[in-house]
Design a protein around this ligand. Sequence first.
Ligand code: KG4
Ligand code: ZN
Length: 329
Amino acid sequence: MFFTGKVLGIETSCDETSAAIVEGKSVLSNVVASQIEMHEKWGGVVPEAAARAHIESMLPVIQEALDRANIKCPDAIAITNRPGLVGALSVGVSAAKALATGWNIPIIAVHHLEGHLFSIWGDPASEILYPHLALIVSGGHTELVDVVAPCQYKILAETRDDAAGEAFDKGARLLGLGYPGGKAIQDAAESGNPSRYDLPIALSNDPTSFSFSGLKTAMKNLVSSETNLNVADAAASLQEAIVQPLVSKTISALQDRAALALVGGVAANRLLRARLAQECKRLGCEFYVPPIDLCTDNAAMIALAGSARLAKGEFSDFTFDAQPNAPLP
Ligand code: KG4
Ligand code: ZN
């Protein structure tokens, strides 16, 4: 299922500059240079600043990934070229094309979400069953995908507006908890009461769509109307209002499938992981989640996805470019 040689993965679609080496399904190195500190002061990702920071970190991060894996030259390169911030993506794409030309090795362009779908292979103990259902929850995407076979997908449901991660981030900003918001909301929610504030669960009867934009408005109203707002209770209520529809729609889409995967940055959320694990146990269904460090953006997942495509005999010519929007292949 995976390419036999060593694959260098490169990821620069948003605010992490990452390079990794995988061999088969083993992750030999995974280096992530995060720009969070820089974007924190603006309360979100500034695309131009992200691209500049990728330029600074790109070559040192690749060198470190090679050094940690103890290799001089990989056998192939997998590069995220879509979707994402086009300036940020272009930095990785240019570096990958230059290195593939210099080393004279094949290159494969990878869809960022396909990378997330392969992140579950990053758990060394895992043997993944296909077909399975996957819930992708990140800062930019919320999708339920039928993973028919490796690299073969059918989208079953998606968000009509904001992504689940965006709902965490916007909520955290309103509560003054900083950026990125997911982990901050999770930590603040730990001591909070999730039923203290009544927040809307949108489209609860529609199995094919998610919607999170109403939550932002509800949080705004809550913050401006409550004079004595309890931040822990508000964080717990928000987390509950995001997790609840994710779990209920995922479980109803599961039907008779034998396995479920939870991937993307929001897959790091303890409550979401625990609820889905509990439901899968109840239904006798396998449950796959990546290790925490492979939930948020990283190049190991890109290398794994690229390696699976290379093993099928696919590779890219040098005409591909960075694309801001693109459906799953
Ligand atoms: O996959 P990712 O790193 O980037 C995108 O492809 O968008 O996801 C980032 C998102 C952010 O919105 C962040 O707040 C969220 O993942 N996130 C979390 C947690 N850790 C990261 N959301 C909830 N709970 C967490 N523990
Ligand atoms: Zn991502």
